[in-house]
Ligand binder design. Structure first.
Ligand SMILES: C[S@@+](CC[C@H](N)C(=O)[O-])C[C@H]1O[C@@H](n2cnc3c(N)ncnc32)[C@H](O)[C@@H]1O
Length: 291
């Protein structure tokens, strides 16, 4: 897992244009995730790692008439600040946003407080085997967890290009950082499913959405991923004063060695980025576990 100081640093920068970077790409994902929450009147909802509050904003657009209580938690002050400016005019609903570590919040939170808990793009930063039992604690019986996450396969694609390049181009890398700083790892979907079941959930449903975005060229994709928090941890390992040079070298490396979802990278040509995103929902058991 990435350490908390690095996460804060990544999202301090990402907060500036996070919404612009992800708005169109993730729209179908957020919409599907909200469908699965099965929100009804007076629902209490917790968004863990809420970021700039895009999901809460979408929930309010669709269910603002439902007199909801929503709490959002995020480690990054800047992401929470970007969320806060969105929620001036939602009278009748209660929205509270806290800058706090999610695990700390969940440990201190009263039991069975929420009808719905959503966790979107957080599993790269938190050990899901420890997170899910705490979500079980704060959910009411019969309450629903909705998880949005990248697939491990995709993480591996990124790791493949990054480490392949790093091994061939040591001059561009801070090797000490590579060995001392563990990269994020999202558990495979099968493992996530097992962890959810062990934490006392049932009625597991999963869906894969292939989100898509076209960039003018591969370099544009690299800069987007470096800025957006999406693969920042990889690119942060590039030696900072050689970043541009390193990015161009990484593009040349990709053209020679990297086929991404069946597409050959071509320098100067448009690059079609495909990002597989899983949406998983499950219900907290009301009694005995069922298989
Ligand atoms: C990729 S963003 C996702 C934001 C939002 N959920 C979304 O779907 O747009 C990941 C967020 O998780 C937050 N985060 C990472 N580790 C955290 C932790 N331990 N506690 C709370 N938030 C954390 C980051 O600050 C960041 O805002």
């Amino acid at each position: 897992m990435t350490d908390k100081t690095s996460i804060k640093d990544i999202y301090k920068r990402a907060a500036v244009d996070y919404d612009d970077n992800f708005e169109n790409l993730l729209e179908p994902v957020w919409s599907d995730a909200i469908d699965r929450m099965e929100i009804t009147a007076h629902c209490s909802i917790l968004d863990i790692g809420c970021g700039t509050g895009k999901i809460i904003q979408r929930i309010m657009e669709r269910h603002g008439h439902h007199d909801l209580c929503i709490d959002g938690i995020d480690l990054s002050q800047e992401m929470i600040a970007a969320a806060k400016i969105k929620f001036g005019g939602y009278n009748g609903n209660r929205i509270e946003l806290y800058c706090q570590d999610a695990m700390q919040y969940l440990k201190n939170c009263e039991m069975e407080k929420y009808d719905v808990v959503v966790v979107s793009f957080l599993l790269a930063y938190i050990d899901s085997s420890k997170l899910f039992p705490l979500i079980g604690k704060v959910l009411k019986k019969g309450g629903r967890v909705v998880i949005v996450t990248t697939s491990t396969d995709h993480t591996k694609e990124c790791e493949k290009i990054f480490f392949g390049f790093a091994l061939r181009n040591p001059t561009y890398f801070n090797w000490w950082t590579i060995f001392s700083k563990p990269l994020s790892l999202v558990a495979p979907i099968k493992k996530i499913r097992k962890q959810i079941w062990e934490a006392g959930f049932q009625d597991f449903e999963g869906k894969l959405i292939l989100t898509k975005k076209t960039f003018d060229n591969f370099l544009g994709f690299l800069y987007w991923s470096a800025q957006s928090g999406y693969t920042t941890m990889y690119y942060d390992l590039l030696i900072k004063d050689k970043k541009e040079e390193a990015m161009a070298a990484l593009e040349r490396y990709a053209e020679k060695n990297f086929i991404y979802f069946g597409e050959q990278v071509k320098i100067g040509k448009p690059f079609n980025f495909t990002w597989p995103v899983y949406i998983i929902s499950a219900v907290k058991t009301t009694g005995e576990k069922t298989v």
